[in-house]
Design a protein around this ligand. Structure first.
Ligand code: HEM
Length: 311
């Protein structure tokens, strides 16, 4: 059974450009069909298509982002196939975003008043533009001709930086949709897809944290035996991790207090004007979970020299 699956996952229709076609053809068909129905001769119709087209793209940035974590956590035929095809999954995302780019172009060019009255907000524009710059860089450098012209370090910077930035953009949009607007701005009732995309985005990063943790444990295990006792450092780690998990589902309760606290200093207000995502509300829970995982996996026993805070 396993051998059969491994064989199937090697055939060309489910790899490379074949896989790209499997995903991108329905995506383009649905975008086209819904566009025909959406009356894009009105700004509202175009705006609707901006949102609709992104919903086709986002799952693919999530799939690309989680590929390496899945391989680390669950090595096997499927996770190897998944990682092997990450480039093509990323290209499907880029195609989905190209649809959004076309609708943004239509809205900002042919419905300028609507665009500047209803859509334009400098900070969002800045984040969105950085996202598109990364996206173009990622697409170009995923082909040999461009990759060979840059160093490994530059390639990794563009690919990894872009992956994290674009995940962060999508994830944060849905965080605001789920935890902020319904409670504070009162104009948006979250839809099923808002919850779905928020939680999937969250799980994607949580798996990243677990994969980092597993790698750190493996490195530690090579030279040492990991302490099984619950030391102070580990305990703090577990508490931070658990707090992060709780905060990930309760943003509406702590948003105002935490946001007010971080945004209070003058320098923070200044940063908030131009630094993407600052003051990072959507990411606080994941940050706590990362620090927690770091602490949980950082302690070890080296030979007889027991390193622990409370022992
Ligand atoms: C300058 C560039 C960008 C502009 C002007 C822009 C504009 C917009 C607008 C107007 C909407 C709301 C559509 C509606 O529901 O009426 C939207 C939604 C969204 N955009 Fe962008 N965007 C940009 C870049 C990006 C990038 C780089 C991403 C990265 C993934 C992204 C992800 C999203 C998501 C996830 C939504 C919510 C879609 C939904 O309703 O489910 N956008 N964008």
């Amino acid at each position: 059974m396993k051998a059969n699956l491994a064989k199937i996952l090697k055939v060309s229709p489910v790899n490379g450009w074949g896989l790209f076609a499997i995903f991108s053809i329905p995506m383009c068909l649905f975008n086209y069909i819904v566009m025909m129905d959406a009356d894009i001769s009105t700004p509202e119709g175009v705006s609707y298509m901006i949102g609709y087209s992104v919903r086709w793209a986002v799952p693919f940035i999530y799939l690309a982002m989680v590929a390496s974590s899945v391989k680390i956590l669950f090595p096997g035929a499927i996770s190897f196939w998944w990682l092997r095809n990450r480039k093509y999954i990323g290209l499907v995302f880029a195609l989905g975003m190209a649809w959004q780019a076309v609708f943004i172009y239509i809205l900002s060019t042919f419905f300028r008043d609507y665009y500047f009255d209803e859509v334009y907000y400098f900070r969002d524009e800045l984040e969105g533009s950085v996202g598109y710059i990364f996206l173009v860089g990622m697409v170009i450098t995923s082909f040999k001709f461009a990759r060979s012209k840059i160093s490994n370090f530059q390639w990794k910077w563009v690919q990894k930086g872009g992956l994290y930035f674009l995940w962060a953009y999508a994830f944060s949009v849905y965080w605001w949709n789920v935890f902020y607007y319904p409670y504070y701005d009162n104009y948006l009732v979250p839809e099923v897809h808002d919850y779905l995309y928020y939680w999937i985005g969250f799980v994607v990063f949580a798996l990243r944290i677990l994969a980092w943790g597993k790698q750190r444990l493996n490195i530690n295990d090579k030279n040492s035996e990991l302490s099984s006792q619950l030391s102070l450092i580990k305990m703090v780690g577990v508490i931070l991790f658990a707090l992060g998990v709780v905060m990930s589902g309760t943003g509406n309760y702590w948003y105002e207090a935490v946001s007010g606290l971080i945004s209070a200093p003058e320098w923070s207000i200044e940063l908030g004007l131009w630094l993407p995502f600052w003051p990072l509300e959507p990411f606080i829970s994941l940050l706590l979970m990362s620090i927690g995982a770091y602490l949980i996996t950082s302690e070890r026993v080296r030979g007889n020299n027991y390193i622990s805070v409370i022992d």
